[in-house]
Design a protein around this ligand. Structure first.
Ligand SMILES: [Zn+2]
Length: 296
């Protein structure tokens, strides 16, 4: 009996010793000098990524890759151009991991949120942009393969971070006084039909046109109000000042690319109203973040 007791004691001691070596539970992580217990994840949290911002590079493939991988700007993804063999293989470059900031948006604003590099994924697409002719700007066309590739990539990103359609934007939407990319030939409507980004309903546009011709004069004040409600950083002056005109141009490049002269016409007014009705029916003019986080 004594021996049995001794053996039991040995087992007990060994057992105790073993418990200290047993693997840690999943919600406990060891670090040098401290432990982290993640047993109580808070309900009050959301994704840091809120926006998807699309660009063109205004450079060829080699130059785009060099600028974005070795220069002072970057993007999470680079979609190759028409001349690249990667395009036929449906391959995009990832230049920055999605949990890191890429430097693509610069000084930027949407619905009162600024510094959008902090909260966005950036996709750069190889396209030369435009060349100036004597009369106007000549825009380089997009390759359908690029658009299909952007669509597949964007769809995944949108799903991963639950990005709402009105937060899929062009660089010119968030920096209308500085940028024109991805330009008026970018097929936003086609992408919206593929489930990527926002597009107004034509019946609602007709409703807000209220019998006016599309190129009738519109109300600058209404356009300023509705563009601000939708998300643009636009002055509320009631007059077509330079900033207002540039912002209307950015809006038109996205939603009414047949004429992006910055004119405050009736169709522009109706499109802006239709977008607000569809995506932000309850919004006020927003100069501050509408979703400011609670803090303690
Ligand atoms: Zn850009």
């Amino acid at each position: 009996m004594k021996n049995i007791a001794l053996i039991a004691l040995i087992f007990f001691i060994t057992g105790c010793a073993n418990t200290t070596d047993s693997p840690q539970p999943d919600n406990q992580a060891s670090h040098p000098g401290y432990q982290v217990n993640s047993q109580h994840p808070s309900q009050s949290q959301s994704e840091r990524v809120r926006f998807l911002i699309l660009h063109y590079t205004a450079a060829n493939d080699a130059e785009s890759l060099r600028l974005l991988s070795q220069g002072t700007v970057s993007a999470h993804y680079l979609v190759p151009g028409t001349g690249s063999p990667l395009l036929n293989q449906s391959t995009v470059y990832q230049l920055v991991a999605e949990d890191k900031r890429a430097w693509h948006a610069g000084v930027s604003e949407w619905r009162g949120r600024t510094h959008l590099n902090d909260s966005s994924i950036g996709i750069e697409i190889v396209n030369l942009g435009y060349k100036k002719s004597s009369k106007s700007l000549e825009w380089y066309p997009w390759d359908g393969r690029q658009i299909n590739l952007v669509a597949r990539l964007a769809r995944d990103i949108i799903k991963r971070y639950d990005i709402t359609p009105d937060r899929v934007l062009g660089h010119s939407d968030v920096a209308p006084t500085r940028k024109v990319d991805p330009g008026p030939l970018f097929p936003w409507q086609q992408l919206a039909e593929m489930g990527i980004g926002a597009w107004p309903d034509s019946s609602t546009i007709r409703h807000y046109l209220a019998g006016r011709a599309p190129d009738d004069r519109g109300s600058v004040r209404n356009i300023q109000i509705d563009l601000a409600r939708y998300g643009y950083a636009i002055p509320q002056t009631g007059i077509l000042d330079a900033l207002t005109q540039q912002t209307i141009t950015a809006f038109q490049m996205h939603f009414r690319p047949s004429d992006y002269s910055g004119k405050a016409d009736a169709e522009t007014e109706a499109i802006a109203a239709a977008l607000v009705a569809k995506y932000h029916p309850d919004s006020q003019i927003l100069r501050h973040p509408p979703e400011s986080d609670m803090d303690i």
